[in-house]
Design a protein around this ligand. Sequence first.
Ligand code: TA6
Length: 299
Amino acid sequence: MKKILLDNSFAQVTSMTLCQSSATESFEGLNISHPHCQAQVSLYGGQVLSFKPTGHKDVLWLSELACYQSGKAIRGGIPICWPWFGANDKQTNAVKSSNHGFARQLFWQVETLGADERGVTITLVLSGENQHPIWPNAYQLRQTLFFGKSFKQTLAMTNLSQQDAQYTAALHSYFGVSNPGKVNVDTLTGVNYCDKLTDGSSIQQQSVSCIGEIDREYHSSEKMVIVDNDWQRQIEIVSNNCQQWVLWNPGVELANTMADIHSGGEQQYVCLEAANTAWQALPAGQTVIISQEISVTNL
Ligand code: TA6
């Protein structure tokens, strides 16, 4: 049943149920309504699923076949890849790691909810210890989400253990676009990248196509702009304390093998992810923060 979690003169936040029609399991989510935007968040994964500034289409893409099932990640929105990004290179034959860490497959708690004339602020918390043999450290993650005319996402990572730790991470944003072939990300032109589809070598890029299959880690922390001429809008993303941008689209062939992407779904998004893909220090007892701010404007 829908619960009203916050209702004041500025905004309303209600609970919502996330499930597939055929599934027995369901997750709790948050439905946010403010004069500046509508948004949705899943507590499973602490994952933002939708951000729709007033007068615009959704900035984020969410698969129609997304799984709302424990042990799986939700396809779309902004999965939190943490404490590692991709396949953990510390895995062994005996100890396997799941792709993109465990934070996107755990239930986060709502810590605070607030709203004013500028927007709605929600803090979500996840903490644990011995979550995975490859990453046994005690930790707390605090995500601060601000939904207003723009969207701000801050991930504060605290190492609660006695030993220094290392992490890699990504705010794995799936941006909704008219078509990956019709957008340009000129802010990546001339930036060195590692191509994960070849041998990982770094190549100077002239003009950037988002047509899949594409999977690259760009070595830049500059502001990114996705220009979408068909939809007459541009999405700007400013990251903080992230050393890379990951550009990913699976393309038709790979997407057709992925059960949680609906037919043609890969033609509706481009992932551009604020990331730290190389191991970063998370000193004992300390907090490290990464963040991004996403805004959309008409062309
Ligand atoms: O960020 C790009 C990437 O690491 C790709 O290699 C691709 O596998 C994608 O993420 C999705 O990963 P997932 O585990 O969510 O299927």
